[in-house]
Design a protein around this ligand. Structure first.
Ligand SMILES: [Fe+2]
Length: 281
């Protein structure tokens, strides 16, 4: 926890316990760190993105997930952002899905370069992190080629699964009778938040969703929307007001328990590292 971000790059680090039915006992207490919406752009300094990576690394994650919008648009930003996220560290891997802005440049090149730096991009597919626990990713709903059925095809019906979707509108498309935990971004929390202009209205008008930030539940589906790191918009609007960038930390727990217990979990996590299935990129 030794990293202290510069004053201009202070993050809201949010902590969450997230429980799963049937979570393998070896995964209890593992930490997933989630960031989103880096929006690398050449007219903004990389200081914020670099500080975000350092802050994530200081949290000592078991897994890191990034839910898209690595770049604001142009393909020229792909190499610089990959150079930055290449420094992300996690014991068991870094996983990502693409966002709508990633499709405005060269998503194929972005995917290839992310994979080259060790980040597994889950575009309409899933992997088994360890026997009995899955992570899946779906392509952006409006500017990608989303295939939810393909994303979940290899996940058994009752298996614990973490679904990465850049766009939180996915919540309206998911079967409510299935246990799913979705991590999402896209809204930037409204980016500029004013008392007289609720971000829910801004996001509904601008993005077509009212899932702005925080937890949302439909039936058995739970979804967390992260405010993200970077900004989008033209110069005067490319800033955050009353809406700090966020790094979200999720501690895995088994359903019916009061969150993870303190003792023994790191040891189990260490044992797990030997059993993590090999990920085929
Ligand atoms: Fe975004």
């Amino acid at each position: 926890m030794g990293f202290r971000a510069p004053r201009s790059c202070r993050f809201d680090i949010t902590e969450h316990n997230v429980s799963f039915n049937g979570l393998p006992i070896a995964l209890e207490g593992l930490r997933v760190v989630h960031i989103s919406d880096l929006h690398r752009r050449s007219d903004q300094p990389d200081t914020l993105l670099e500080a975000a990576v350092e802050q994530v690394n200081a949290l000592g994650a078991d897994f890191v997930v990034v839910t898209g919008d690595f770049v604001d648009g142009p393909a020229r930003d792909i190499v610089p952002v990959c150079r930055i996220v290449a420094r992300l560290q996690a014991r068991h891997g870094v996983f990502a899905t693409l966002g709508n802005h990633d499709h405005r440049g060269n998503p194929a090149e972005l995917t290839r370069r992310l994979q080259d730096v060790g980040i597994t991009v889950l575009t309409n597919r899933s992997i088994q992190w360890t026997p009995g626990f899955y992570v899946a990713g779906v392509d952006d709903l409006f500017e990608g080629k989303p295939d939810l059925a393909a994303a979940l095809a290899a996940v058994p019906q009752n298996a614990p699964v973490l679904l990465l979707s850049h766009d939180p509108s996915i919540l309206d498309r998911l079967p409510q009778d299935r246990d799913l935990v979705v991590l999402s971004g896209h809204t930037h929390g409204g980016q500029m938040v004013f008392r007289f202009l609720p971000p829910r209205l801004v996001c509904r008008f601008h993005l077509g969703t009212e899932y702005v930030h925080g937890w949302f539940t439909h039936g058995r589906v739970r979804m967390y929307v992260n405010r993200g790191i970077g900004v989008t918009g033209s110069r005067v609007f490319a800033r955050r007001i009353n809406c700090p960038p966020e790094i979200a930390c999720f501690t895995l727990a088994r359903s019916g328990e009061d969150g993870p217990k303190a003792g023994g979990q790191r040891e189990r996590a260490a044992e797990l590292s030997a059993r993590i299935v090999r990920i085929i990129k």
